[in-house]
Design a protein around this ligand. Structure first.
Ligand code: MG
Ligand code: ZN
Length: 224
């Protein structure tokens, strides 16, 4: 811990990182609203921003399905091993831990409930079920310095912790982490994010469980 050049701060993705798989993908596969496929293709190819695509996908689902979707996620989403231990490690070493999620409040908060993370340390998108179909709300949209149209903008959150004061560590797995990874001093990566970090030459350590991350943090990150 004394090995880091500046006090570390952790920004951790939710879908496919804290949870074993991506819940938005799982929801769309399970409920299969007609017309969802081309939207997914457009997000993956970058033709549509994440904010636009995610908003359009959920707008295909009726608000009446809220409880069904929430129960589905709560029953099927597994938590990656070592997550409570990482939270305990952060507490013990006084390292701030933020959840930076492109997921939606109505499943992110219930899934994280058992772990006692303060609400103001969880960033995710919002939702409204007042209309016929689900509407996604964007309380943490991009600031002036981000032109990605992220939805939940991880770079906006990360920029609040200046690089000269903090050692910024991002944990993630996929497309919602690409922009934030470019700002981080160190990335713990899985899946597509590992490929992206390799491609861009970003400092990263591939991980499978949060136990791997704790081990590397104990050894000072990249110096191990
Ligand atoms: Mg993810
Ligand atoms: Zn952004």
């Amino acid at each position: 811990m004394t090995l880091f050049p500046r006090p570390p701060v952790l920004f951790c993705d939710f879908d496919g990182t804290i949870t074993l798989s991506d819940n938005i993908v799982a929801i769309m596969q399970k409920f299969e609203p007609p017309g969802v496929k081309p939207i997914i293709d457009d997000i993956v190819s970058g033709t549509k921003s994440i904010r636009q695509g995610v908003g359009e996908m959920f707008a295909l689902l009726p608000s009446s399905k809220k409880e069904e979707i929430r129960s589905f996620v709560l029953e099927t989403a597994g938590i990656r091993p070592g997550f409570p231990e990482l939270l305990a490690w952060c507490k013990e070493h006084d390292v701030p831990f933020y959840v930076t999620s492109g997921g939606i409040d109505f499943f992110v908060y219930p899934l994280l409930e058992p772990f006692g993370i303060p609400a103001d340390h969880i960033y995710c998108n919002g939702s409204s079920f007042e209309g016929d179909n689900i509407e996604i709300l964007w309380p943490h949209a991009c600031d002036d310095e981000c032109a990605n149209d992220c939805g939940m903008c991880k770079t906006t959150v990360i920029r609040r912790f200046p690089r000269d004061e903090y050692y910024r560590i991002l944990i993630g797995d996929s497309i919602t982490d690409f922009a934030g990874a470019k700002l981080a001093d160190l990335v713990f990566s899985r899946s597509h994010l590992t490929e992206k970090c390799r491609e861009l030459g970003l400092p990263h350590i591939a991980f499978e469980t949060f136990h791997d991350i704790i081990r590397h943090l104990d050894q000072g990150g990249l110096s191990s």
